[in-house]
Design a protein around this ligand. Sequence first.
Ligand SMILES: Cc1ncc(C[n+]2csc(CCOP(=O)(O)OP(=O)(O)O)c2C)c(N)n1
Ligand SMILES: [Mg+2]
Length: 458
Amino acid sequence: MGGKAASMAVARGSAAIFQGLRHVCNKNSPKFPSLACTGLPLRHQKCQYASTQGLDLEEERPQFPGSTKAEFTLNMDFHLPEGAPGIPVYRVMDGEGRILKSSEDPQLSKDTVLEMYRKMVMLSTMDGILYNAQRQGRISFYMTNYGEEGTHIGSAAALDPQDMAFGQYREAGVFLWRGYTLDDFMNQCFSNDLDYNKGRAFPVNFGSKEHNFATYSSPLATQMPHAAGAAYALKRAGTGLCVVCYFGDGAASEGDAHAAFNFAATLDCPVIFFCRNNGYAISTPTTEQYRGDGIASRGSGYGMATIRVDGNDTFAVYNVTKAAREMCVTENRPVLIEAMTYRIGDHSTSDDSSAYRTHDEVNHYRGNSPITRLQRYLINQGWWDTEQEADYREAAKQQVMEAFRVGEVRKKPPLSDLLTDVYDTMEPHLVKQTQHMLHHIRQNKEQYPTTDIFTEEK
Ligand SMILES: Cc1ncc(C[n+]2csc(CCOP(=O)(O)OP(=O)(O)O)c2C)c(N)n1
Ligand SMILES: [Mg+2]
C-alpha cells in the first residue's frame, strides 16, 4: 500500500471511530434520561453515557490553536466557493428612483438630498472640463469619476467630516463633499503656487490636512496599511472617530490589501474598508482579476463584518456607511463595504477603453448612472424639475470654468520648495542635483514661470 493510500485508510479508520461515538451518544438511553446527547457535535456534549463506557469525548474535540470554532466532521466535504450563493447586493431604490421598502428610506431632508445631488452633478461637470483640458494640453493628466458619484457622495455624507479618509485616486466627490473647493482642485491640477502639495505631485493626487484626507499615493494600495494604522491610533487616542479607506477592485489584489485587512482585524481597528468595485483595473475586467465572489467574499476570511451594496444607489451607500461607522466606533472593529458600480469613463487620460470594452456595455451603465437615479428620486418627490436641472448644470459649468481660469494663470510654486520636507538637512546627492537644476533653469528661464527661481534669486 502506497503512503497516500495508507494515510487514506487511516483517515477512514478514525472517521469510523468518530462515527461510532456520535452514534452512541445520539442514542436516547432510558437508562440515562438526563443524557444531553441531542445530536450536538461531540465537543459540546458532557455525555454521562459515554463516560460510563470509559469514552473521553473531550479528547475528541478539535484542539488546534489555528481555529477555535471548528468542529470535527465525518464528511469529506471540500468547501467549493462556486456552490455558495452570491453575496447579496443591498439596495434602497430601484432604477426609477423609487424607495423599495419604507423602513430602509434614510429619511434625509430635502436640503440634504439636493446638496448631495448638486455635488454629484458638480463633480461630473468638473470631470468633463478637466478631461478636455488634458486633451488640449493644458494639464498633463486627469482621471474622471463618471459612474461612481453615488459611492463618493453617499459614503461621505454618512461620515463625520473629522473621520480620517484615505483614498486611491478616484474619490474626488469625497473631497467635494468635505468642502475642498473648485479652486483647490484647480490649484492641484495646475500645480500652481497655491497647491497644497507644493507642485510635487501630478494632477489628481489630491490631499488636504484641513479636510482630513491623506494625500493620494500612486502605488496602489499603499494607503490601506496606513489607514489601518491611523485607525489604531484613533482608537488608542479615544477619539470616537473612525477611518475610511477607499480602494479599487484591482488594488485589492495587492499584498498591502491583505496586510491592511489582517492588521485591522487582529488589532480591532475602527476602519471602514470601502471597495469601489467598478468592474475594471484599467483594461483588466474583474472576471480576470479573481475567481471568488468579488471582494466582499474575502471579508469573513479576515474576520471582518462585511456588506455588499449597490454603489449606484446613493441612499443604499449612505445607509451602509452610516451603519458601518456606528459598528466601527462603538465596537472597535473593521468593516468591509463592497460597493458594486461601473467605471463609465476611461481609466485615465492615458487610456482608451474602446480597445477592451464595447460602447454598448458603457452605454448600458451610463443610462443607469447614480446621478440619473437620484435625479429620478428628486423628480418623484417634486423637489426638482427639468428647468432647475438645466439652470444648475449651466451654473456648475460657469463655476468650474471660473476656477479653471484663475488656477491656470497662477505661477508655479517656488522651486526652493522642491527638495524640502523630506530631509532635515539636504543630502549631498540632492545638493548636486540642485546645482544641475539651477544651471538648467538659468539657461531656460522663460520656460519656468515660478514665483521664485531659488531663494537666492528672489
Ligand atoms: C503597485 C502598483 N501596480 C500597478 C499600478 C498601475 N495601476 C494604476 S491604476 C491601476 C488599476 C487599479 O484598478 P482599481 O484598483 O480597480 O481602481 P480603478 O482604477 O478601477 O478605480 C493599475 C494597475 C500602480 N499604480 N501601482
Ligand atoms: Mg476598478
